[in-house]
Design a protein around this ligand. Structure first.
Ligand code: SF4
Length: 433
């Protein structure tokens, strides 16, 4: 099985054709330890890591210089020594070289729930990004330590909405609309945050009558919010919010965008008054790369190809695809295909590559011809995993992610509302359905 990492290395050495979105992707992640404030190689945006985000120190030399085989032996030995005391979680977008050590593989919410299945594990090592580790800490029991092997594994989308900017937005909306419910009992605005957000924003939703959603249940969360509010403030991903609301029949001209750098988000009071969903100006730098032109090229080359994309893609891409849905949805669609099929996929490249290896009876490829993994998740390398696991063997907890109670308690309320809304809900849109 050829991994994305090895393909990137082979492209650099000239052994393989193709291109990556940054030549620095071929460099070891510890090259970028201590180097701030960038998101690291492969990031397709110039945003800076926000002040106050955790910073990864230099990985000790023994892990930087170890061969892959040595790291393999060290990780395996540490896991064996720790046994049930540790559970390793791996996100679908994680590199294969790390994912092979995961006890559970899934999306962010599946993984947070997987952690609950190991209540006796003292440590949860989350091979994902920062907001996922925070969610795991909120949902896990107090005695469990959640560890992020590389603190530089943030999420550029999650960082596009911070608690200060959202609070400022909320204050402006409250000043405009007031807080009194209308005749049907619906308050002026309900906040809805995507799982891909800081714990502080989940807590904000818990404190202000709002809810969390995932890409699998965003329509259920919006239904819940529309029952209680005249309009929704959706953050941080404009695309998931727009695609979900559009599929529910909300017209695009009733979904103004909120730019936190402008008064009233850059909107007129009338536009906000008429809004059904106010979309935060956030996006995923990975999913934003997919285009309608790529879909047209895929269909021209492979007539009959089935195009599946993630709802973090722009709405034109979702409209042009055959179906859009979460990572779980995409995986299930492919698993359900009984005849050899060509699938052109619009989501993170490590997951697409894994699906292609898993289902050799199908032709499965990424819509984006350029290899561009999630640059922050890519910062987790087996060297960091070996480092935190061996520290655990020695009784040291490194890189622990802790959500303070004043945030965790309301965040848990917003997460519980999501579960109560309709846990099995799906935003998946299949053309023809
Ligand atoms: S793929 Fe996009 S949304 Fe997901 S963790 Fe990476 S940057 Fe964040």
């Amino acid at each position: 099985m050829t991994s994305i990492d090895s393909t990137i290395q082979r492209i650099r050495s000239g052994e393989a054709e193709g291109s990556a979105c940054s030549p620095a992707l071929a460099d070891a992640p510890w090259t970028f330890d201590l180097l701030t404030p960038g998101y690291g190689p492969g990031s397709s945006m110039g945003d800076l890591i926000p002040t106050g985000s955790p910073r990864q120190g230099q990985l000790p030399e023994v892990y930087r210089t170890a061969s892959n085989d040595e790291l393999d032996a060290r990780i395996s030995a540490a896991k064996q020594t720790l046994g049930d005391r540790v559970v390793v979680l791996g996100h679908f977008y994680q590199r294969d070289e790390v994912l092979k050590y995961a006890d559970f593989v899934g999306d962010s919410y599946q993984l947070a729930n997987a952690a609950l299945e190991r209540p006796n594990a003292e440590a949860i090592v989350f091979c994902g990004v920062h907001f996922m580790a925070e969610t795991a800490d909120i949902l896990s029991s107090p005695g469990q330590a959640v560890i992020l092997p590389n603190l530089a594994a943030g999420c550029s989308m999650a960082d596009m909405a911070d608690i200060d900017s959202v609070t400022e937005c909320w204050d402006q909306l409250t000043a405009l609309f007031g807080t009194e419910p209308d005749a049907s009992g619906r308050v002026p605005v309900i906040p809805v945050t995507y799982m891909n957000s800081s714990a502080a924003l989940k807590g904000f939703c818990g404190d202000h009558g709002g809810i969390v959603c995932t890409s699998s249940n965003a329509s259920a969360a919006l239904d819940w919010a529309f029952e209680r509010g005249q309009r929704v403030l959706f953050f941080p991903d404009q695309h998931l919010g727009r695609n979900t609301a559009k599929a529910m029949g909300v017209p695009l001209d009733r979904m103004p965008m909120w730019n936190p750098n402008k008064p009233l988000g850059g909107n007129g009071a009338d536009e906000l008054e008429d809004a059904r969903v106010i979309l935060w100006h956030g996006f995923c730098s990975v999913h934003k790369r997919f285009t309608v032109g790529q879909i047209e090229s895929a269909r021209a080359e492979f007539p009959g190809a089935r195009v599946l994309v993630h709802p973090e893609c722009p709405s034109g891409v979702v409209d042009a695809a055959d179906a859009a849905g979460s990572t779980d949805f995409i995986g299930k669609e492919i698993a359900a295909a009984t005849e050899p099929t060509t699938f052109a996929i619009g989501t993170e490249i490590n997951m697409v590559n894994r699906l292609a290896n898993q289902y050799p009876q199908h032709r499965i490829f990424s819509l984006d011809p350029v290899i561009c993994p999630c640059s922050t998740m890519y910062r987790i390398h087996p060297g960091y995993l070996a480092w935190v696991l061996e520290a655990l063997v020695d009784g040291d907890v490194l890189n622990r992610i802790v959500v303070a109670d004043d945030v965790a308690v309301p965040a848990r309320i917003a997460l519980d509302r999501m579960l109560a809304a309709r846990p099995g809900g799906s935003v998946a849109r299949v053309i023809g359905d």
